[in-house]
Design a protein. Structure first.
Length: 185
């Protein structure tokens, strides 16, 4: 049975994007990127909301030949995985191994977890909040970037509450901190 994992890079004050929608400050340093890649190797399926998919789909066609090895590695990991995009407005996808679902169905995701041996990643704060509220998320990997942005899109909405057990933590040379949590009922 696969685990459902919410992995996210956030500012120290808890935002995934600033008030203008920018997240360039979240670009991981090479050391962090390599660590993220190692975490992502177990993922067989990515669950995305429309906005997050529109950001991530760049990995489908991004020219990576002249990029760092960690960038090329992530592109290969991302392209090899299945992707599910939850959207009522997206008409078509522009990446391989991708399908659109109009509604986030808890039963379907629960069944996907039970049927797969690989992990599942949920991305995008609103979609992750639905999965957390439904008790589907098993682990959270929170990468705190050494910056405060003062507002924007929160890691998850204010009304989401979840008990967490710290499993591991790691500090990186650029000041990023990784916190690995297991969810508690």
């Amino acid at each position: 049975m696969g685990k459902l994992i919410y992995s996210v890079i956030a500012s120290l004050d808890g935002y995934v994007a600033d008030e203008d929608g920018n997240f360039d400050w979240a670009a991981p340093a090479e050391e962090v990127h390599a660590f993220v890649n190692d975490l992502e190797r177990s993922v067989g399926t990515y669950l995305y909301g429309r906005r997050m998919y529109e950001v991530m789909v760049a990995w489908e066609t991004m020219p990576v030949a002249d990029q760092l090895l960690v960038v090329r590695d992530f592109a290969e990991i991302w392209q090899a995985a299945d992707k599910v995009v939850y959207s009522t407005t997206l008409g078509a996808v522009s990446s391989a191994k991708t399908r659109i679902e109009r509604d986030f169905d808890v039963g379907t995701v629960r069944q996907l977890k039970a049927m797969t041996e690989r992990d599942i990643s949920v991305s995008g704060p609103r979609l992750a909040a639905h999965a957390i509220e439904a008790g589907l998320v098993d682990e959270i990997h929170l990468f705190l970037a050494p910056i405060g942005v003062g507002g924007g899109t929160a890691v998850w909405p204010d009304d989401v509450r979840v008990g967490l057990e710290l499993v591991d933590e790691r500090r990186f040379g650029d000041g990023t901190v990784h916190l690995h949590y297991r969810t508690r009922a």
